[in-house]
Each structure stands twice: as C-alpha cells, then as structure tokens.
Design a protein around this ligand. Structure first.
Ligand SMILES: CC(C)(COP(=O)(O)OP(=O)(O)OC[C@H]1O[C@@H](n2cnc3c(N)ncnc32)[C@H](O)[C@@H]1OP(=O)(O)O)[C@@H](O)C(=O)NCCC(=O)NCCS
Length: 166
C-alpha cells in the first residue's frame, strides 16, 4: 500500500527579525509542555513561566553571526514555526565545535506537514556552511513525537541524561 499523501501547506523560511520575537516566544512557551519530564515536580504553568524568562536572551541571538533564528511564514504573514540554531557550540566530552539546535517549534495545527523537517534542514545547511560537520540537540525522552521526528531525520542517540529524586 502506498503511503497517504502529505497534506499540502504553503510557507517560506526567512530569518527572524526583532518584530517576530513576541510570536516566537509565545509559540515556544505554548510548546514547552511537550518537553516536560514526568520525573520533575514542575507543573505546565511553572515550565511556561520559566521558558518565557529563559527566552529573554533570544534577542541577542539575532545579533550573532554564529546563531540563526529562522521562521516559517504562511502567505498571510502568520508564523507557523521557528528554529533557533547555533554554529560553534562546544561538545563537553570532545571539545569539538558543532551546531546545536536550541529550539524547534511548529504550531500544533500545522504538525505533520513538513514544516519541522524544512526548518531542521535549513538549520543543518546553516551549520554545514560554516564548516562544521556535526549538529546536535537535547530532547526530553518523554517527548516521543519529537524523538521520532529527529530519528526520522537521521539523528542518533548519543548520551543519556539521568535523574534521581532525593
Ligand atoms: C517536533 C515538531 C517540531 C515536528 O514538526 P512537524 O512540522 O510536525 O514535523 P514534519 O511534519 O516536518 O515531520 C517530519 C518527519 O518526522 C516524522 N514524524 C513526524 N511526526 C512523527 C510521528 N508522530 N511519528 C513518527 N514519525 C514522525 C515523519 O517521518 C516526517 O517525515 P515526512 O516529512 O516524510 O512525513 C513538532 O511536532 C513540534 O513543534 N512539537 C512541539 C515542540 C517540540 O517538541 N519541539 C522539539 C523540542 S526538542
């Protein structure tokens, strides 16, 4: 049986501007619950508050040559998703410089339509253009949709981060 055809969706990628930041932050804050670990005591509301605070430095990424914030924009100008990537993050075990994806988020009503895949491909291109041969990211194990998404795109599990409640 041939696979079901993918629903079409029109969008283009472009670098984010300062005007996009409020929408980027809103989407990232909305999506952070998917990265909530079952082994933590934080409630969804607590992680949303933390995420919003954490993203206050996103403005700095717009100024950095080695960072890229890209948005997926619909023909009507609405933002469907974004990715934040850094070229030159240092791997803690090997000291190797590599690319690192800090956040990729797609609006829930646009999931499964190739927006995430296209954002990751553009981030990989940005990192490769800067002469780096690897790109990594961290993902919460319980976020199985995201784990499968990355695996589909060729990402391999390299380390495990473990936690024990005392
Ligand atoms: C993870 C996320 C970015 C994926 O974005 P998306 O636009 O839905 O992904 P795509 O439609 O581009 O899917 C790309 C590929 O992933 C795979 N994939 C996606 N969802 C999948 C699922 N549930 N099961 C298996 N594979 C899946 C498919 O193989 C798909 O390949 P195709 O393009 O050939 O169909 C999106 O679901 C999201 O924003 N999640 C919440 C935020 C989040 O968890 N971000 C990651 C934090 S580390």
């Amino acid at each position: 049986m041939s696979p079901a055809p993918r629903p079409e969706i029109a969008f283009r990628l472009r670098p984010a501007s300062a005007d996009d930041l409020p929408a980027i932050v809103e989407l990232a804050v909305q999506m952070v619950v998917h990265s909530l670990s079952p082994y933590r005591d934080s409630t969804p509301e607590m992680v949303r508050v933390y995420r919003r605070e954490d993203l206050r430095t996103l403005q700095d990424a717009l100024q950095l040559d080695r960072a890229r914030v890209l948005v997926a924009e619909a023909p009507d100008g609405s933002l469907l998703g974004h990715i934040v990537v850094l070229a030159g993050q240092i791997d803690s075990s090997t000291g190797e410089a590599q690319g690192w994806i800090f956040d990729v988020s797609v609006r829930h009503d646009c999931w499964g339509k190739g927006v995430g895949r296209t954002l990751v491909a553009a981030a990989e291109h940005f990192v490769a253009e800067r002469g780096l041969s690897r790109i990594g990211l961290g993902v919460t194990s319980a976020n199985q949709r995201a784990v499968r998404f990355y695996e589909e795109l060729g990402y391999l599990e390299e380390r495990k981060q473990m936690i024990k409640k005392l």
